[in-house]
Design a protein around this ligand. Structure first.
Ligand code: UT7
Length: 334
């Protein structure tokens, strides 16, 4: 997809992670695993876990407030809130509406977006179209998860991987030539069973049997997802670069979905990119699904790693199966 006319970019970022840290050593006491295996196979050392009584919207609001502050935009100026999550507080109302109310973003339309770990980049893509069309001026894209609520803490295949967290970005018109230059989105529903929560909707409404059978938890075929990720991350990034008329060696900063260090390294290799151009925080937070890219982006902006004029590439993959990549010329002077 080629992006034309009005230039749209990110003018503010923010993130939030819960305080509670769960280390690999803590997990050693919960399931048959060990720190060495987890670090070696995933690159993860620890992850953050939200308190039991904290819904996803609550951590999302912290990230959204930080992004609004960073963008110097008030909640009333927001025209639309897009909330990417696979762990909404409830099916209805949407968590986007809960966030809209708590932020007092009284002029904003709001909806949830379901594209799993690709959700933030899908959200950036959808939100930017509203600005390009002239319908809206400011769009807040928030991505947050409390995956700890969907994890079977007896399943070592999944419980070592995921964590809780939130990230957000404010989209607006930016100077010509800056902002989003290319987007690639995709889906392959034939791989839906590789990563799913079987009893989470109309297919298997909750019963004592679905709970006994643990169908309300995340189920994953790790090696199939791994194979898909290795193939799609580099491919998606290359396609979005191609739309932007750029080459891998134009990249100043790659922000990949933080699922597994081996997947991140393989994407960097495919793009022939040295690891010092790749943002990695999977060691600290594990896989926070939709939140992982905006958390990594916010940290990179905050540390001064991303500067005005830099070519930044976001790339992710996730359940669905889905994938998404976005190339931007960073528009904000910090
Ligand atoms: O956002 C998308 C979300 N999902 C992903 O990104 C997942 C992508 N997949 C992966 O990251 C990797 O496939 C995993 C990290 C999940 C697994 O790594 P792997 O190198 O593919 O391991 P494996 O599943 O092939 O298992 C190797 C061995 C097995 O033992 P045997 O059969 O060789 O004796 C597993 O039973 O490791 C065993 N194993 C573990 N051992 C210690 C699996 N999980 C664990 C564990 N601790 N937690």
């Amino acid at each position: 997809m080629q992006t034309k006319d009005i230039s749209v970019g990110i003018i503010g970022t923010g993130y939030y992670v819960p305080e509670k840290v769960l280390t690999n050593f803590d997990l050693e006491k919960m399931v048959e695993t060990n720190n060495e295996w987890i670090v070696d196979r995933t690159g993860i050392s620890e992850r953050r876990i939200a308190d039991e009584n904290v819904p996803t919207s609550e951590i999302a609001i912290h990230a959204a407030e930080n992004a609004l502050k960073n963008a110097d935009v008030s909640p009333e100026e927001i025209d639309l809130i897009i909330f990417a999550t696979l762990t909404p507080d409830t099916v209805i109302p949407s968590a986007a509406c809960i966030i809209q109310n708590k932020l007092k973003a009284v002029n904003a339309a709001a909806f949830d977006l379901s594209a799993a770990c690709s959700g933030f980049v899908y959200g950036i893509s959808v939100g930017s179209q509203f600005i390009k069309s002239g319908m809206y001026k400011k769009v807040l894209v928030v991505a947050a998860e409390t995956l700890s609520k969907l994890i079977n803490w007896e399943d070592r295949n999944t419980c070592i991987l995921f964590g809780d967290g939130a990230g957000a970005a404010v989209l607006s018109q930016v100077d010509d030539g800056y902002g989003i230059l290319g987007i690639e989105l995709g889906a392959d529903g034939s791989g839906g069973d590789f990563l799913n929560v079987p009893a989470s909707g109309s297919l298997h409404p909750a019963t004592t049997k679905t709970i006994e059978d643990k169908l309300h938890y995340i189920h994953m075929n790790g090696s199939e997802v791994f194979k898909f990720a290795i193939k799609i991350m580099g491919e998606a990034a290359l396609k979005s670069l191609n739309v932007a008329g750029l080459k891998p060696n134009d990249i100043d900063c790659l922000i990949p979905h933080q699922a597994n260090i081996r997947i991140i390294k393989s994407a960097a290799k495919r793009l022939n990119l040295p690891m010092d151009k790749v943002v990695v925080n999977v060691d600290k937070y594990g896989n926070t699904s939709a939140a992982s890219i905006p958390i990594a982006l916010s940290e990179a902006v905050e540390s001064g790693r991303v500067k005005k004029g830099d070519v930044v590439v976001l790339v992710g993959f996730g359940a669905g199966l889905t994938w998404a990549s976005c190339v931007m010329k960073w528009a904000k002077e910090d």
